[in-house]
Write a new protein. Structure first.
Length: 602
């Protein structure tokens, strides 16, 4: 029912589908019901006494035979045959016409469900905290959004068909069968549950297998994503064979599971067909006895029609069986999709969150502690970043510098303590408003498969060409951009693969420059640059940081000597703080880091 909720408004599709399917069912059933008067018109002489009309208005078969005899007696056998054949042709045409329109409604229903479900899933994933993506395999997320949703949409379609079309068709056939012979139909109904039980046993394990298959597919996609992302490393370490073997193993296990599922699914169809023939054989023996004994007034023509209709009753039953097989796979995929939708962000969304129009005074960390899966990362960190000042974070890798910076744009939330901006608790400020005040340049140059211009204007898509060019000039990127094939319209490839590391970083810096934010977060902003580019970009950053509040993470300590305050972060604690010269005089951790880098240069 949750999955059907993504098809809202369901009534927009369900009501027309039910109406059109009902009409298609009536006319398709009529095709078979007309078989009895057709046989009567062919093989029975109607020159005798005309039978009286049926006593019951619901005696469908009786009325059909009565009308056939009336036409036959009045116009002759050939004319009656023409009338019945014409009626069958019209009935078949109308049946297929309404079936076609019902398929169109079903297709719109299916596409609408897919559209809503995929949008909801993607939007929910994008709104999740970064911690969610750290814990999840990217390939598994891709599999759920792409593959699982595709399976779910067919599952929902099958569900609607099971709810409306097939039971309606079964009911129509049963009405005709009861109209021909109540005794024979009651006997047949006793035989049907045996077939249903056999089919249920076959498909009982499909849901568990389908869920395992979706998990395997996610693992395979995850490995594929890792292999393509790390293709340089794979080739550099001659690990191509190992990557192939790992993918082949995942592919083999997924294929084997799919094969077992297919075997079980395909077994349902021949089993139901065989059991259907068995039931028809039993009915022929029992019904033939009734005809030969003359019981219930069952004529040969009526009995032949009965067998023809009963043979068709297995078609909707078989379709329902196959739909339930598909439904098991769809429900398994649906559970995986709903697991993602049920994931809650670690930060509760409050519609009354405060929106910051601008940044005025200071950012303050008060006894901030953070742990990831019970592992402490930061311990009671306190410091203040006044407006317009530059604060630098230094220290060994793994000390918690990047985690500390990630608190400001609300990528993570502190386990204990609090962070305030202009005296307002950061948790009460909306993510959108605080991020609109921040410009970021990460250690990893994150670019998109798009033009250089669109990458620079990513944070400000309405920027004009002059603004984009000015930002590129400040980041010392303008000259190399003009040297590319199409200038600012040059496509940079997946993750900027067509550019050098230094060029990618300068485009990231231009992106931050264009946004013109009051707060700058620079995480190793110059780490990927050569000496010449580093000097140019560092000069541009110094100009950019004027009158802006900046938090810098740097391993190259020469780039932060002009910072207003330097914090040395070791094992999640601030062990030293002060200006460059103050920390040198202390001859502590900062001084040792300076000496170590000086020796490395030598």
């Amino acid at each position: 029912m949750r999955l059907l909720g993504f098809a809202k408004p369901v009534e927009k599709y369900a009501i027309p589908y039910f109406f059109l399917t009902g009409l298609a069912t009536v006319f398709s059933t009529l095709n078979l019901a007309l078989l009895a008067p057709l046989l009567a018109a062919l093989f029975k002489d109607a020159s005798g006494i005309l039978p009286s009309p049926p006593e019951s208005a619901t005696d469908i078969m009786g009325w059909m035979e009565y009308c056939a005899y009336r036409i036959q007696g009045q116009f002759g056998q050939m004319e009656a045959l023409k009338w019945i054949c014409g009626t069958i042709l019209i009935s078949v045409f109308l049946s297929n016409l309404f079936r076609y329109f019902s398929f169109r409604v079903m297709e719109n229903f299916r596409i609408n469900t897919l559209l809503n479900l995929r949008n909801s899933l993607f939007n929910h994933v994008i709104d999740m905290d970064l911690a969610y993506f750290t814990a999840q395999r990217k390939g598994n997320i891709l599999s759920k959004i792409a593959s699982d949703v595709q399976v779910v949409q067919y599952s929902v379609t099958s569900t609607l068909q099971v709810l409306f079309k097939e039971p309606l068709q079964l009911l129509a056939y049963l009405v005709i069968l009861f109209s021909i012979s109540v005794k024979l139909t009651l006997f047949a109904i006793l035989v049907i549950p045996v077939s249903a039980w056999a089919i249920a046993k076959i498909v009982s394990r499909l849901k568990a297998q389908a869920k395992e298959a979706q998990e395997r597919f996610g693992m395979m996609i995850s490995h594929l994503d890792e292999a393509l992302s790390g293709i340089r490393v794979i080739k550099a370490f001659n690990a191509s064979d190992r990557a192939k073997e790992k993918f082949a193993l995942e592919n083999l296990e997924f294929s084997d599971l799919g094969r077992r599922m297919a075997y079980r699914q395909q077994l349902a169809s021949p089993t139901s067909e065989f059991l259907g023939v068995v039931m028809v054989t039993i009915l022929v023996l029992y019904g033939g006895e009734l005809v030969l004994l003359g019981e219930e007034g069952l004529s040969a023509a009526a009995f032949i029609t009965y067998i023809a209709v009963f043979s068709q009753i297995m078609r909707p039953a078989k379709a329902m069986t196959e739909s339930f097989s598909t439904l098991h796979a769809g429900l398994a995929a649906g559970e995986r999709v709903l697991e993602v939708l049920d994931e809650k962000s670690s930060r509760s969304t409050d519609h009354h969150e405060i929106r910051l129009p601008d940044f005025f005074r200071e950012i303050k960390f008060e006894e901030v502690t953070f742990a990831y899966e019970s592992k402490p990362i930061l311990r009671e960190v306190s410091f203040t970043i006044p407006k317009g000042k530059t604060i630098a974070l230094v220290g060994p890798s793994g000390g918690g510098k990047s985690t500390l910076m990630d608190f400001i744009p609300k990528f993570h939330s502190p386990t204990l303590g609090r962070i305030t901006i202009d005296g307002i608790d950061l948790q009460q400020i909306s993510s959108e408003s605080i991020r609109s005040l921040i410009g970021m340049v990460n250690q990893e140059s994150i670019l998109f498969h798009d033009s250089i211009r669109n990458n620079i204007a990513f944070g400000k898509p309405d920027a004009n060409d002059q603004e984009v060019e000015e930002a590129a000039r400040i980041a010392n990127a303008h000259e190399f951009i003009l040297a590319t094939e199409k200038g600012y319209q040059t496509q940079i490839g997946d993750r900027g693969a067509r550019l050098s590391g230094g060029q990618r970083q300068r485009i990231c810096i231009a992106r931050a420059v264009l946004q013109n934010p009051p707060i700058l977060l620079l995480d190793e902003a110059t780490s990927a640059l050569d000496t010449e580019s580093e000097h140019l970009v560092q000069d541009a950053l110094q100009k950019l940081m004027v009158n802006r509040t900046t938090l810098v993470i740097a391993h190259r300590l020469s780039t932060i000597q002009k910072a207003d305050q330097i914090l040395v972060l070791e094992e999640g604690k601030i062990t030293e703080q002060g200006t460059h010269f103050e920390l040198l005089f202390k001859e502590g951790s900062y001084c040792r880091l300076i000496e170590k880098q000086s020796l490395e240069k030598v």
